[in-house]
Write a protein that binds this ligand. Sequence first.
Ligand code: MLT
Ligand code: MN
Ligand code: ZN
Length: 304
Amino acid sequence: MKIRVLGSAAGGGFPQWNCNCRNCDALRRGTSRAEARTQSSLAVSMDGENWLLVNASPDARAQILANPELQPARAVRDTGIAAVILMDSQIDHVTGLLTLRESPLPLKIYCTDRVREDLETGFPILTILKHYCGTEVRRVEPGGAPFEPEEIPGLRIHPVPLTSKAPPYSPHREAPAPGDNMGVLFEDAASGRSVFYAPGLGEMEEHLVPFMKRADVLLVDGTCWRNDEMAQAVGGSKTAAEMGHQAQDGSGGMIEVLSGYTHARRILIHINNTNPILDPDSEERRVLDRVGVEVAYDGMDIDL
Ligand code: MLT
Ligand code: MN
Ligand code: ZN
């Protein structure tokens, strides 16, 4: 199984278009060693030719250009993207579906009923796509049995429901339920080796433990170092927790959680542009180095 990190940043990317926080400003000025990052997406393949796009980011076009494996050019119109799976219906995870509208075949999209509903109502991308390539939605049952997408033989996907919030435009924003947000265990059906992926991890729920114990690699929510980080960096009052993201620092934080899983490679992903871990020379990055936790970057490969 091959996993390519297409985009390692949270919504907004790094630097964010209108942001002059310490990180974004230093990157533009060239005064930090941090690297730019596009918005949250992965590609997973078993044969290096057919890929499952995991979230379709607003940066999908740039990500496909940066990763020629996704464009094998076997015909006059071609793509290596055989199907898409969505973790939620957030802007940073679904807007790229519009970029894929020139597909000659309907897009094969794996998502929960809740996500599908959002994408047919509050943010009706699936409805819009009816006028272009169309879509074939394959239902994912949150917490349901593992399944093997026919487009990617040999890949087994275990859907794991996560308690988090649906986006602001969702009809069920104020009534969270399983299926608004999920993580997945991607398993190589032949070898049993696996990666647990959860870019939006609001809280460490008990049912996640068996998946995290079993995984060879943990690729989890690295949005914010501190819960009040965005307010501190750019003002406002939005906390990481309110956005459905468990901060890294402090008691019960992601670093403490990950310290209990030393059997696995542990990688933070979906990193907000305000997060000090983006700067390789930050004190926070040294904390990660000490506990052996990695920071995802665009183009990172995970081979199992
Ligand atoms: C989130 O994960 O909370 C989203 O990235 C926020 C956004 O894109 O606006
Ligand atoms: Mn996001
Ligand atoms: Zn910023």
